[in-house]
Write a protein that binds this ligand. Structure first.
Ligand SMILES: Cc1cc2nc3c(=O)[nH]c(=O)nc-3n(C[C@H](O)[C@H](O)[C@H](O)COP(=O)(O)OP(=O)(O)OC[C@H]3O[C@@H](n4cnc5c(N)ncnc54)[C@H](O)[C@@H]3O)c2cc1C
Length: 361
C-alpha cells in the first residue's frame, strides 16, 4: 500500500510527489501520456517559478524576459496602453521542459513516476483508496492511504469521487510563428467577450498567439481575426480548457485535488502554474496520510493563501467586459509604471505599487 498515489504529473502533481517523497512517504505518480505532452500552455510565469525548480533549470528552460504588457481594446493596430515594471516582471519558459524537469525532481526525491498509465477508476474505502489504471501491460490496480487528483481541468479523480466542478471552463487556443523575437512586452487584446487574446515573444522559440474565451464565444473566428490582424502565418495549433472559480470543496475522506482539478488559477489570466505548485506545497505540508482529518487543514491553508487573490482577480476580469469607451478611459488613466506582482493582485495595495505610482509624478 502506497502512502500517496498522485494522478497526473503536471506542475502540481510533480511538485506534490517530490515534496511528499522528501518527507519520507511512499509515493506513486501516474501520468496518462508522456510528461509535458501535449502542450496546451503559454508558459508565461512570474520569476517566482525559479523557487520551485532545481539546479540548471533557468539555463535549460528560459526563453525570454518580460517587463510589461501593452493592453489594446481592439486589434494589433489599435492604441496601446502599456503597464510595466522597472525590473523583470515575468519570464516566458519552455513549458514541456518545465514539466519534465519537475518530474525528474520528483523521481530524484524517491517518487515512483510512471508514464503511459491512465487512471480510469478511483474507489474510496474507509481505510484506503483503490486506483485502477490502464498501462502498457494492461489494467493494473494500486492501493493507497490517500489519492491526490492532480489530473487537470477535466479531472477523472474529481468525477470518480463526485466532487463538485469548477464554476466555469474557458476554451484556450494557441499557435506559433517561428520568427525570433526578444522584445520584452506582451500584447493583450480585449477583443473576445469576457476574456482576451495575446501575443507573447518567446525569444529564439518564435512568437505565440493565443486567445481564451467562455463557451458560446466563437473562439476560432476571434483567433483568425487576431492572426489576420498581425498578418502572420502560424503553425502548431493547440488548445486546452482553463478552469475558473474553485468549487466549495476539493477534498473527500481520503482524496484531495490540486491544480486545475481544483481551479487553483488566476481568474483574470487563467494562469495556474504558480498557484498549483503553491497549493501542492500546502498539501505536502498539511496532509498526513495516516490522519484523514488533516485534509481539512489543506482546504484551509490553500484558501487562506489564495482566496483573496482569486476574489480580487475576478473583479479585475470584470473590467474586460466594460464598454469600449470606458475601457479606453480606464486604461489611459491607469497605464504606466506599476509595482504589482502578477500572481498577487492584492499587491495593488502595496508599498511597491505606491512607489511606482509616485515615480510617475
Ligand atoms: C491555452 C492555455 C494557456 C495557458 N497559459 C498559461 C500561462 O502562460 N501561465 C500559467 O501559469 N498557466 C497557463 N495556463 C494554465 C496552466 O496550463 C495550468 O494551470 C497548469 O498546467 C495546471 O497544471 P495541472 O497539472 O493542474 O493540469 P495539467 O497541466 O492539465 O496536467 C494534468 C496532468 O494530468 C494528466 N492526466 C489527466 N488525466 C489523467 C488520468 N486519468 N490518469 C493519469 N494522468 C492524467 C495529464 O496528462 C496532465 O499531464 C494555460 C492554460 C491554457 C489552456
Amino acid at each position: 500500500m502506497y502512502d500517496f498515489v498522485v494522478v497526473g504529473v503536471g506542475p502540481p502533481g510533480a511538485r506534490f510527489a517530490r515534496r511528499a517523497a522528501e518527507e519520507g512517504y511512499d509515493v506513486l505518480a501516474l501520468e496518462k501520456g508522456r510528461v509535458g505532452e501535449p502542450l496546451a500552455c503559454s508558459g508565461h510565469v512570474s520569476t517566482d517559478v525559479w523557487e520551485f525548480t532545481g539546479e540548471g533549470a533557468r539555463e535549460e528552460l528560459f526563453q525570454n524576459e518580460i517587463y510589461g504588457a501593452r493592453f489594446h481594446v481592439d486589434g494589433p493596430h489599435s492604441d496601446a496602453y502599456p503597464f510595466y515594471k522597472r525590473e523583470v516582471a515575468s519570464n516566458v519558459i519552455d513549458r514541456v521542459g518545465l514539466d519534465r524537469h519537475l518530474a525528474d525532481l520528483a523521481r530524484d526525491a524517491g517518487a515512483d513516476v510512471r508514464e503511459e498509465h491512465t487512471v480510469t477508476g478511483v474507489t474510496e474505502h474507509r481505510d484506503r483508496v483503490a486506483i485502477v489504471a490502464s498501462g502498457p501491460e494492461g489494467t493494473v490496480e494500486f492501493e493507497a492511504k490517500m489519492v491526490a487528483g492532480c489530473d487537470g481541468p477535466r479531472s477523472r479523480v474529481r468525477e470518480e469521487l463526485a466532487l463538485p466542478e469548477p464554476e466555469e471552463f474557458l476554451h484556450g487556443v494557441l499557435a506559433f510563428s517561428d520568427e525570433a523575437d526578444h522584445e520584452d512586452f506582451v500584447d493583450v487584446h480585449l477583443t473576445p467577450p469576457t476574456f482576451f487574446a495575446w501575443r507573447i515573444p518567446r525569444g529564439e522559440a518564435g512568437v505565440e498567439y493565443g486567445l481564451a474565451a467562455p463557451p458560446g464565444v466563437q473562439v476560432t473566428k476571434h483567433f483568425e481575426e487576431l492572426i489576420d490582424g498581425y498578418e502572420i502565418d502560424v503553425a502548431h495549433r493547440c488548445s486546452g480548457a482553463i478552469p475558473i472559480g474553485p468549487p466549495d470543496r476539493v477534498t473527500t475522506r481520503r482524496a484531495f485535488l490540486v491544480g486545475d482539478a481544483a481551479a487553483q488559477t488566476k481568474p483574470f489570466t487563467g494562469g495556474g502554474i504558480l498557484y498549483s505548485m503553491t497549493s501542492a506545497d500546502h498539501a505536502a505540508r498539511e496532509i498526513d496520510p495516516d490522519r484523514p482529518t488533516t485534509l481539512a487543514a489543506y482546504e484551509h491553508a490553500w484558501r487562506d493563501d489564495l482566496e483573496r487573490e482569486q476574489r480580487l482577480g475576478r473583479w479585475i476580469r470584470r473590467a474586460y467586459s466594460l464598454p469600449e469607451p470606458v475601457q479606453r478611459i480606464g486604461l489611459g488613466a491607469l497605464s504606466g509604471e506599476i509595482g504589482v506582482h502578477m500572481d498577487r493582485p492584492t499587491s495593488l495595495v502595496s508599498m511597491d505599487h505606491l512607489k511606482a505610482l509616485l515615480s510617475r509624478a
